[in-house]
Design a protein around this ligand. Structure first.
Ligand code: AMP
Length: 214
């Protein structure tokens, strides 16, 4: 199962990817997570990427393409992968195509999670992540039992720098302009499976499973 998860920031790609890992036993490749890891470690990649991420801008194509190319070659991707947050531009999609072609592989499904803009802003501003184990919460929709503390490991919850309202608006604009052309790109190819992202997490997962298990 070689799959791409497409959808605006806040549409629940990361959450759905977690559920898909459990069901399909393939790794999630999240360029956002990889970049945040590099920022935390203060590697040269992280230092460069942070400048873009803090402003809600995309990290240059050649940087993320290199990351994904290396990651796809790791043996755990042999039985499939879920790309979460990549590709985000046409040049990234084209680079992915040529990488997969070299590997004699292809994309089976592109799941496009659709969502209303006001809802996205509400979701993103309330999002909190555990600093220790990475589990995500939402102050309205999925609050932890104790304010600011992770239910699972007791770690501190924090708000991502790029989940502040101004940055969120910039990220949504970037999505509109640079990423939405990919919807057409994959539709033309017959790979697009559009899913309504409103509703219960489990319900959305059922819809995705139905679309990709056909
Ligand atoms: P995400 O967690 O997927 O929303 O990504 C957080 C941030 O990482 C984005 O706002 C971008 O700055 C950067 N990023 C993640 N994936 C990509 C990508 N495919 N291309 C460019 N920048 C990316």
């Amino acid at each position: 199962m070689n799959l791409i998860l497409l959808g605006p920031p806040g549409s629940g790609k990361g959450t759905q990817a977690q559920m898909m890992i459990e069901r399909y036993h393939v790794p999630q490749i999240s360029t956002g997570d990889i970049l945040r890891g590099a920022v935390k470690e203060k590697t040269p990649l992280g230092i460069e990427a942070k400048r873009y991420m803090d402003q809600g801008k995309l990290v240059p194509d050649e940087v993320v393409v290199g990351i994904v190319r290396d990651r796809l070659k790791v043996s755990d991707c042999n039985s499939g992968f879920i790309l979460d947050g990549f590709p985000r531009t046409l040049p990234q999609a084209e680079a992915l195509d040529s990488t997969l072609k070299e590997m004699e592989r292809g994309i089976d499904h592109v799941v496009n999670i659709e969502m209303d803009k006001d809802e996205l802003i509400k979701r993103l501003t309330g999002r909190r992540t555990c600093r220790r184990c990475g589990v995500m919460y939402h102050i309205i929709f999925d609050p932890p039992k104790k304010d600011g503390i992770c239910d699972k490991c007791g770690g501190d919850l924090y708000q991502r720098d790029d989940d502040k309202e101004e940055t969120i608006k910039a990220r949504l604009q970037v999505y509109e302009k640079q990423t939405t052309p990919l919807i057409e790109y994959y539709r033309k190819r017959g790979a697009l499976r559009s899913i309504d992202g409103m509703g219960e997490i489990k319900e959305i997962f059922q819809k995705i499973a139905k679309a990709i298990e056909l």
